[in-house]
Design a protein around this ligand. Structure first.
Ligand code: TXA
Ligand code: MG
Length: 363
């Protein structure tokens, strides 16, 4: 994680559905020759490097200031490339890949000897995914190499869903940023460990749990995913993750009680002179508005929405941008109410819990 000399960062704007082949070819050359290229996936933006080039991979850790104990996901153009990075493919992994690739699912499988230990933090297993985003796909196909890519944020910052988020964290630290606008899903891929039986969900994400069960009925969910606190969870999965600068507290309550609690907290904190960020579903913000009108009029409240309460996908799309917006708005503390836990709502709750470093308070 040594400091890296600054480099010129080139932002190339490309069409999300059919990116300019010359921009893709340029980025692919940089990748294949050991450079760092940020690209959109359907989940979040990724910071890519040639996965079989240990020096290039070291650049990822330096740019992100990420501990080298936190393993990376290897991205492939096609499931047919899996034997290049996997020593074997367990049956559940093959079934999940057939159903969900390309898409927001990462599979942990035994590592091929060609994958340098830097990628997997020395683990005997490797995390692999085939993204569905046309820009990611075009880049991976053109580069012809497996690409290691974590989310393109500085370590412990919220993952980036726009190129502006990427540049806020990584300008002068990467060679190219392919800017194709906001990402679709907004939270990272679901991670399923297929090296254990039954397979284990290690991170909630873009593929909801129910969809996994339909393919692998005995798939189970790791403790850390359902909120059993441990200081260090899956390798590299620190509880403090996805965190804005402000201290976050999440209130887990029925809608009316949540609004009442939030109103009380906002009045108390703003009375003490703090600038308070509020993150909540639309319905809660509407109900809250008259309760905190005085603090809002005094400019002490910044608000961001998660969209309609029952729409987990909308909350996933909004979450990381909302956390960054509250930071940018000067929030010193953030109080949050969550959306539904159904569908993508489960991944949103997981990220909220991490942003809050476990501070989920019953109300
Ligand atoms: O949607 C995504 O997955 C995005 C896009 C860019 O593809 N990538 C992403 O990468 O979220 P990252 O580095 O932010 O999260 C990867 C996590 C690691 O922190 C670790 O918990 C887990 O994946 N992981 C990676 N390799 C692993 C391995 N060999 N064994 C266990 N967990 C692993
Ligand atoms: Mg990340």
């Amino acid at each position: 994680m040594s400091a890296m000399p600054p480099r010129a960062t080139l932002r190339l704007v490309v069409d999300a559905a059919s990116p300019d082949p010359s921009a893709i070819a340029r980025a692919a050359r940089v990748l294949a020759s050991g450079g760092l290229v940020v690209f959109p996936t359907e989940t979040v933006y990724g910071l890519g490097a040639h996965a079989l080039d240990a020096a290039a991979v070291a650049g990822i850790f330096a740019a992100k200031e990420r501990p080298t104990t936190d393993p990376l996901i290897v991205h492939l153009a096609s499931a047919a490339d899996l034997p290049r990075v996997a020593a074997s493919v367990p049956a559940p992994a093959a079934a999940l890949a057939a159903r969900f690739w390309p898409g927001p699912l990462t599979l942990i499988v035994p590592r091929h000897a060609d994958v340098p230990p830097e990628v997997t933090a020395g683990l005997p297993n490797v995390a692999v995914r085939v993204p569905a985003h046309p820009v990611a796909h075009a880049l991976l196909a053109a580069s012809g190499v497996p690409v290691a890519a974590p989310s393109a944020n500085r370590f412990s910052r919220p993952s980036p869903t726009t190129a502006a988020h990427v540049l806020a964290d990584l300008d002068t630290r990467v060679d190219i940023v392919l800017d194709a606008g906001p990402t679709d899903i907004g939270v990272e891929s679901t991670i399923v460990d297929c090296t254990v039986m039954p397979p284990l969900v290690r991170r909630a994400g873009g593929v909801p749990f129910d969809a996994l069960v339909a393919v692998v009925p005995d798939v189970t969910v790791a403790d850390e995913v359902v909120g059993v606190d441990r200081a260090q969870i899956a390798p590299g999965q620190l509880l403090r993750h996805y965190a804005p600068a402000a201290r976050v507290t999440v209130y887990d309550a029925a809608p009316a009680a949540g609004v009442a609690r939030l109103a009380r907290e906002v009045r108390q904190l703003t009375a003490r002179g703090l600038r308070v960020g509020v993150l909540a579903p639309d319905e809660a913000l509407t109900a809250l508005a008259p309760e905190i009108a005085a603090a809002a009029a005094a400019g002490r409240v910044v608000v961001a929405t998660l969209g309609p309460r029952d729409d987990g996908a909308a909350a996933a799309r909004a979450l990381f941008a909302a956390l960054r917006a509250l930071d940018a708005g000067g929030a010193e503390v953030i109080l949050a109410l969550g959306p539904t836990r159904a569908g993508l709502g489960a991944a949103v709750w997981d990220r909220l819990r991490r942003a809050a470093e476990g501070r989920i308070v019953p109300a």
